[in-house]
Write a new protein. Structure first.
Length: 76
């Protein structure tokens, strides 16, 4: 699936996978700071994809999956 097709589908995971494929394809042609930036972006995308594939909200949102306790106004 191309990036345009993934965007049309509206599926976030498909979009990330297509972005990762494009970066991996462009990487050999880059040099210097641009290549370093693509490596960093590739790493970030891979972590987010892994989190989504595990069904882990932390990987998708960058935060912890924590259940809030009951609010007690008297405790303040």
């Amino acid at each position: 699936m191309t990036l345009a097709e993934a965007i049309e589908s509206g599926d976030y995971l498909s979009i990330l996978l297509a972005q990762r494929r494009e970066i991996a394809a462009d990487l050999p042609d880059e040099k210097g700071p641009a290549k370093a930036a693509l490596h960093r972006q590739l790493s970030l995308l891979s972590k987010e994809i892994e989190g989504l594939q595990r069904g882990d909200e932390e990987g998708a949102e960058g935060g912890a999956n924590v259940d809030d306790g009951k609010f007690e106004a008297a405790a303040i």
